[in-house]
Design a protein around this ligand. Structure first.
Ligand code: F6R
Length: 366
C-alpha cells in the first residue's frame, strides 16, 4: 500500500504543492546555473588570515560544507558563525562571507553589522532583503542569487559561490573541476531517484520506506560530517520529523553508550551510516563495530554509499540522496515538504522583541 502511494506521481504532485521534488530532480541544472553565476564574482581582497562564514539554517550549511571540503586543501582556517556577533578573531585580515538566502535573517544581519564595525573584508550572498539593500548602499561586494525558492532548496546558489570565491582567491584549486564531476553525477542520481522510478529500483524511496515512522540518527565521518547534518535538517524541514546526527570517531566516545539503556525507546529510532568505498581503514572498522552495537538498540539500520571520485562529487551526490529521501518520507506521511510553518511562526513571534529592527537601524547609521 505504502509503495503504491509513493509510486503514483500524480499523488506526489498533489501533496508536494510547490514541487520540492523538482529542486532535487533539477539539482544538476541548478548547480550548473549557480556555477555560471558565481564565475562572474570578482575578488578584490588580498589573502585573508582566516575565513568566517556567517549564516543560519539552509544558508549556514553551505559554510559547514565548505569547511569540511576545504579541510585538506586550504591552509587558512574556516569558521562557521551562527551567532549574532562574530568571534574575537574577526578583524581587518578576516574574510567574512555573509550568507542569507532571504537577506532578512536577524543573526546574519547581526554578523554583517559586526563585520562592518570590525572592518573585515566582507562578501555577501543573498537573493535580496535588508542584507543586499545595505550591502549596495555601503558598497560591500555581493552576489545576488535568484529568489523565490525555499532557502534549503537554493543550496547550489548558496554553496557554489563560497567554493568559487575560495578558488578565485587562490586558496584552493580544484573546486571547478570537482564541480564538473558533481554535475554529471547529480544528473544520474536525479534520474535514478525520480518519482517515476518504482521503489524497487529507487534507493531514496526504499530508504524512506525503511525509515517509516522512526527517528533517523545519521552517522557521518570526515567530510560527511556536514552531509550528515544536512540529512538531519532536511528530515526536520521537509519530512517534519525529529532527527539527529553524529560524527565518527567522536560518536565512539559517547553516543554508543547512550544506546545501552535505550530499551523500548530504541524502537523509535533507525540509524543511517554514510559509507564510502574509499573510507579510511580506521574508520571502516569503527563503522562495522558501531553498526553491531547500535543495531542491537534501533529497529532499522541503513547505509548510504557515496558515489563519485572527488570529495565534492561525493558530498553533493550523497546530499542529493538525503534530500530525495526526506521528500519521499514527507510524501509517505502525507505531508507537504515545502512549508516550514514553525520557523515562520517563530520569526514572526520574535518581531516583538525589536532585535532585528535595532540591527537594521544600526546598519542605517553606517
Ligand atoms: C528554510 C530554511 C531555513 C532558513 C533559515 C535562515 O527553507 O532552510 O533553515 O535557511 O531560517 O534563513 P535564510 O536562509 O533566509 O537566511
Amino acid at each position: 500500500m505504502k509503495k503504491a502511494i509513493l509510486d503514483e506521481i500524480e499523488k506526489i504532485k498533489a501533496v508536494d504543492k510547490s514541487n520540492m521534488i523538482n529542486f532535487c530532480l533539477n539539482s544538476s541544472k541548478l548547480y550548473g546555473e549557480a556555477t555560471k553565476l558565481a564565475n562572474k564574482i570578482q575578488v578584490n581582497y588580498s589573502k585573508p588570515d582566516n575565513i568566517i562564514v556567517a549564516g543560519m539554517g539552509g544558508s549556514g550549511i553551505g559554510g559547514d560544507l565548505l569547511k569540511d571540503w576545504a579541510r585538506n586543501k586550504a591552509t587558512v582556517p574556516i569558521e562557521v558563525n551562527r551567532e549574532y556577533q562574530l568571534p574575537a578573531c574577526a578583524g581587518k585580515r578576516s574574510l567574512v562571507l555573509i550568507i542569507s538566502y532571504s537577506g532578512d535573517t536577524e543573526e546574519s544581519l547581526g554578523a554583517f553589522l559586526d563585520a562592518l564595525k570590525r572592518k573585515c573584508m566582507i562578501f555577501c550572498v543573498s537573493s535580496g532583503g535588508a542584507l543586499l539593500e545595505n550591502a549596495e548602499r555601503l558598497k560591500v561586494p555581493y552576489l545576488r542569487v535568484p529568489g523565490g525558492m525555499p532557502p534549503r532548496a537554493a543550496l547550489p546558489y548558496l554553496f557554489v559561490p563560497l567554493l568559487l570565491y575560495m578558488e578565485k582567491m587562490g586558496l584552493v584549486s580544484s573546486a571547478s573541476e570537482e564541480l564538473s564531476e558533481a554535475l554529471t553525477l547529480l544528473e544520474k542520481i536525479g534520474k535514478e531517484n525520480s518519482p517515476k522510478k518504482p521503489a524497487e529500483e529507487n534507493f531514496s524511496k526504499t530508504l524512506a520506506l525503511g525509515i517509516g515512522q522512526t527517528i533517523p540518527a545519521i552517522y557521518g565521518f570526515g567530510f560527511y560530517r556536514s552531509v550528515a547534518e544536512r540529512f538531519k535538517t532536511q528530515f526536520n524541514e521537509n519530512s517534519k520529523i525529529p532527527a539527529k546526527w553524529e560524527v565518527f570517531s567522536e560518536l565512539n566516545h559517547n553516543e554508543i553508550v547512550g544506546w545501552e539503556r535505550a530499551g523500548e525507546l530504541g524502537k523509535c529510532f533507525s540509524a543511517i551510516f554514510i559509507r564510502d568505498s574509499e573510507e579510511p581503514t580506521e574508520i571502516q572498522s569503527r563503522i562495522e563495530i558501531t553498526k553491531e552495537l547500535v543495531g542491537k538498540a534501533v529497529v532499522g539500520l541503513f547505509e548510504v554509499s557515496a558515489q563519485g571520485k572527488s570529495p565534492l562529487a561525493k558530498m553533493l551526490s550523497t546530499i542529493c540522496i538525503g534530500d530525495f529521501t526526506s521528500i519521499y518520507l514527507a510524501l509517505l506521511h502525507g505531508v507537504d515538504p515545502t512549508p516550514v510553518k514553525t520557523i515562520n511562526y517563530l520569526k514572526d513571534a520574535l518581531k516583538e522583541n525589536g532585535v532585528k529592527e535595532k540591527i537594521i537601524s544600526e546598519l542605517a547609521k553606517l
